[in-house]
Write a protein that binds this ligand. Structure first.
Ligand SMILES: [Zn+2]
Length: 328
């Protein structure tokens, strides 16, 4: 199981490995979870397990053979990664049809053919129905791995035809220890990244390798602080701008939620778990200006907005309503 390289989710990985070894894996799998929780990583590890050249089934994925290496880099000829051409938009019907053609030809090298389809919740109904057709009668050697944030937002027929593997956020300790042991991160930084990640291993690893991740987070808090200084017309204008870049919105709102959480921690004189260490002074000023009840209301309305966004409600209207409620 170590060869899967997955942090956490031991029971789930064990279940997948058993199913692969016994040859009873469902041909349609649905992996759900928040952005950067590790859905792609798990899908690729599963594809490795199916395509690996190791002779003994229980040793798949070996991580070393040519098939494992090419699968990890997404270039195995029996693997197809289907991703939206435009971020924030779903995979198009033409891409689903192309995937169908790919699956209809027998495997090149291995016994299987695998298609991984990202952001299934963003597909329009035409593309979704085309996908459903493939799910109904896949060729015997084919596996479809669907990735989505939330099963509730998908066509029920897609969910009912798939075996569902939900990835819930991990606890801070699992992420912090993995960062220390596997990536050699020093302890304080490992715990900070673990808290910032919101339980999402993929986020923590990307924050390590790409410093713009942490910069984006700080920029998000700057935006929050600026917003609180704005009058209503300026807030509505910002709502419009943000609604136009709706792909970035879930991450922005999550950073804002962490910002309000920091304000609440400061109000309760509990600063050990602060996320935004660099902006502590500004957050302390905010904590002093507001009472605990208002901060909790901010957190509640923000969490509700995050949930409404997943349901594809009117983004601009949601943001305007949210900003109306925020203090000046
Ligand atoms: Zn292998």
């Amino acid at each position: 199981m170590e060869n899967w390289g997955i942090v956490g989710y031991n029971w789930l990985v064990q279940q997948l490995q058993n199913a692969v070894v016994e040859g009873v894996l469902s041909q349609s799998l649905l992996i759900t979870g928040p952005e950067s929780v590790g859905k792609h990583t798990l899908a690729l590890a599963l594809a490795q397990a199916l395509l690996c050249e190791a002779v003994i089934p229980s040793q798949r994925p070996c991580g070393k053979c040519s098939a494992c290496r090419r699968t990890a880099s997404g270039v195995h000829p029996d693997l197809r990664l289907v991703e939206p051409e435009t971020p924030g938009r779903g995979v198009k019907i033409e891409q689903v049809r192309e995937m169908e053609r790919f699956l209809s030809l027998t495997p090149n090298e291995s016994a299987h053919k695998i298609a991984v389809i990202a952001d299934v919740e963003l597909m329009n109904s035409n593309a979704g129905n085309a996908l459903l057709k493939t799910l109904e009668e896949p060729p015997a050697y084919a596996y479809l791995i669907l990735l989505a944030t939330d099963a509730d937002t998908l066509l029920p027929t897609i969910v009912s035809r798939s075996q569902h593997f939900p990835l819930r956020p991990l606890d801070d300790a699992t992420i912090a220890h993995a960062l220390m042991e596997r990536w050699g991160v020093e302890e304080a930084q490992a715990w900070r990244l673990a808290r910032l990640s919101g339980g999402r291993m993929g986020w923590a690893v990307r924050a390590l390798t790409d410093p713009t991740h942490l910069q984006a987070m700080e920029a998000a808090l700057e935006k929050l602080l600026a917003l609180l200084q704005m009058d209503l017309p300026a807030r509505f204008e910002l709502a419009q701008t943000l609604a136009q870049n709706s792909a970035d919105l879930p991450q922005l709102l999550e950073y804002w939620r962490l910002g309000w959480r920091d304000v609440l921690l400061l109000q309760q004189a509990n600063p050990q778990e602060l996320m935004f260490l660099e902006q502590r002074a500004a957050l302390e000023a905010l904590a002093a200006r507001l009472d605990v009840a208002s901060t909790m209301r901010m957190l509640r309305t923000l969490t509700a907005t995050q949930a409404d966004l997943l349901r594809n409600a009117n983004t601009r209207l949601l943001l305007e309503t949210l900003f109306l409620d925020w203090p000046e």
